[in-house]
Write a protein that binds this ligand. Structure first.
Ligand SMILES: CC(C)(COP(=O)(O)OP(=O)(O)OC[C@H]1O[C@@H](n2cnc3c(N)ncnc32)[C@H](O)[C@@H]1OP(=O)(O)O)[C@@H](O)C(=O)NCCC(=O)NCCS
Length: 158
């Protein structure tokens, strides 16, 4: 069982490593190659720094195995290191992330996933999330904006 808790100052580098590795593992073959090129390790570090107050981490034997970031009523980011896929870490992390949102008074939570990220989509569905919309999202990057077909999910928390 992973231990879930808020991220600590000094953990930015490891979290950005997981974000970089897991993002490319899931998205490299399904997004515009220019967007994949823009998603460098440094770009994840720069995006993470202002979000650190809203990061939960899952630790296995003391090592960070995954993280989530909440923003308003949504699970904004959700990433588990590929060496921990299929182990139950993601289930415990999403439960704790849902509890955090509920504790903040969020009745209906949302999250967005890139279309074609079939493993993540299967994971969210088995975790009780329902697809409510498929749309083109505009994703910002340091190489400009990209239009990305996306799937939006909702879950009633309260
Ligand atoms: C999404 C993520 C957190 C899920 O965690 P996980 O440990 O891999 O999830 P699980 O193994 O518990 O569940 C995945 C399910 O998808 C299934 N699956 C695997 N590959 C699949 C595929 N190509 N198509 C459909 N289903 C697939 C698995 O069999 C499993 O279902 P099962 O438990 O019924 O067998 C993790 O894969 C991850 O971090 N991915 C990269 C980052 C990412 O995409 N984050 C989400 C951004 S929206």
């Amino acid at each position: 069982m992973p231990a879930i808790s808020p991220a600590l100052a000094g953990e930015e580098y490891r979290i950005a490593e997981i974000w970089h590795e897991a993002w490319h593992g899931a998205h490299k073959s399904i997004v515009d190659p220019d967007l994949a090129e823009a998603r460098t390790f440094g770009s994840f570090q720069r995006r993470l720094n202002p979000l650190m107050n809203d990061v939960l981490v899952a630790r296995v034997k003391g090592e960070i195995a995954g993280f989530s970031i909440v923003r308003f009523n949504e699970i904004f980011q959700f990433f588990v290191s590929s060496s921990h896929w299929g182990t139950g870490v993601a289930q415990e992390l999403i439960k704790a992330t849902e509890q955090l949102l509920a504790a903040r008074g969020v009745g209906v939570a949302s999250l967005t996933c890139v279309a074609g990220n079939d493993r993540a989509i299967a994971f969210y569905i088995k975790s009780g999330w329902a697809i409510f919309e498929e749309k083109i999202e505009r994703l910002e990057s340091e190489l400009g904006e990209f239009e990305v077909p996306s799937v939006k999910f909702r879950k009633q928390l309260l």
